[in-house]
Design a protein around this ligand. Sequence first.
Ligand code: IDP
Ligand code: MG
Length: 153
Amino acid sequence: MERTFVMIKPDAIQRNLVGEVISRFEKKGLKLIAMKMIQLDDNILNEHYKHHVGKPFFPELVKFMKSGPVIASVWEGKDATTVVRKLVGSTNGRNAESGSIRGDYSMSVSKNIIHASDSPETAEEEISRFFRSEEIIDWKRELDSYIYNKEEI
Ligand code: IDP
Ligand code: MG
């Protein structure tokens, strides 16, 4: 089953939206297989946002992402990356579709609640950046037969 990486950003933690965000993934039927609260530093942010290094907003992005803890998590499901990106919505909260997490909770292009991997390849890279293999739990979910049909599992 595909795995994807999700990080709840400092703005969501400050705004008490952690439960709300996690709840959306749970209710959709994604399976939580790893989670921890961490304080990011320059090293990991330079790596995680390497495609944005040098852009005008990069220093502000790093400052924001270090302003408080984040919650890193791994979710498993069929086509998990695509499904999660859809639930998250587009980058700018003001343009994000209503019903998506950013569309419902963000007014900003930067303070946008959540990070989610943009492809299955990026997801694997991000998962190994933030989690050791023993922190990821391969547990059996009894409800799976109500969430997927036989061909989908
Ligand atoms: P994504 O989070 O939707 O994948 P990316 O383009 O990968 O968007 O950008 C990573 C993060 O950098 C965004 O979530 C946002 O916090 C920040 N960011 C992106 N574009 C801008 C911008 O134009 N101004 C300020 N911050 C930005
Ligand atoms: Mg991105």
